[in-house]
Write a protein that binds this ligand. Structure first.
Ligand code: GLP
Length: 242
């Protein structure tokens, strides 16, 4: 693991956006793995600005998002497809058919998960996977006790995750969908490079377990210790327990 510790969250987001932009400029046909969550919003804003001001070109880029809530169609304003459209895709020149988010409204979610995993492999695999960290140590929606070799599948969300994400559902954890489709930890580890972005003191304790703790299915993010090309971009608050 390589760590870049930035003075504050703004600097961390700037570094993360630069890493992604550099990948796109190096290979305009890059396959990117993308993430959602509050941490990513400013990163996508910076990429959209880079597109507007410096012609950062997304036309040849293929994207695969990590996860989606089961039961939410892409038109639902809390779906991750909707998040990606409003935070990034609508502001840059992506080729719509090259953007992939698991279909939360699929009639057979298990088949959707399998097909999604297969289409990642068929694309040639992910060049750079962007990741956030849940307060319980999850990456994507791989909750504690997810197998480190897991593939894209349907999972039941942890109580902690329902509470962490309740803010987007009127503050009520009961309103957060109980299940999600997520790339597996094993799927994530196949990306050629991984970029984990963590900011804020609330994640300092779990981040220390990801980086310095034993490799454990109890802390899914610790699986990144196995990844040969993993960059962590942190602010000082998130890094404060290292
Ligand atoms: C959700 C996503 C995760 C993301 C996490 C962190 O649970 N499924 O992929 O890492 O949120 O979110 P935030 O950046 O809002 O803390």
């Amino acid at each position: 693991m390589k760590l870049a510790i930035c003075p504050d969250a703004t600097a961390a987001r700037t570094v993360a956006a630069r890493v992604i932009a550099r990948q796109i400029r190096k290979n305009p046909a890059s396959v990117l793995g993308l993430a959602t969550g509050r941490t990513m919003e400013a990163i996508y804003r910076l990429l959209a600005r880079d597109h507007a001001e410096n012609n950062l070109d997304f036309a040849g880029v293929t994207t695969f998002n990590l996860d989606e809530y089961v039961g939410l169609p892409g038109t639902h304003n809390q779906s991750y497809r909707y998040y990606m459209q409003t935070h990034l895709f609508d502001h840059v020149n992506v080729t719509p058919a090259k953007t992939h988010v698991p279909d939360g409204a699929a009639t057979d979610p298990d088949a959707e998960a399998h097909a999604y995993d297969t289409s990642i492999a068929a694309s040639g695999g992910i060049d750079l996977q962007l990741l956030g960290l849940g307060e319980n140590g999850h990456i994507g929606f791989n909750e504690p006790l997810s197998a480190l070799t897991s593939r894209t599948r349907v999972v039941t969300l942890d109580r902690a995750t329902l509470e962490q994400n309740a803010g987007m559902f009127g503050g009520n954890p009961e309103k957060v969908p109980a299940r999600a489709l997520t790339m597996g930890t094993g799927t994530i580890l196949e990306a050629r490079e991984t970029l984990l972005v963590v900011t804020g003191a609330a994640k300092a304790g779990i981040l220390a377990r990801v980086v310095e703790g034993p490799l454990s299915a109890l802390v899914p993010g610790s699986a990144l210790q196995l990844h040969a090309h993993c960059l962590l971009v942190l602010d000082e608050a998130a890094a404060s327990a290292l």
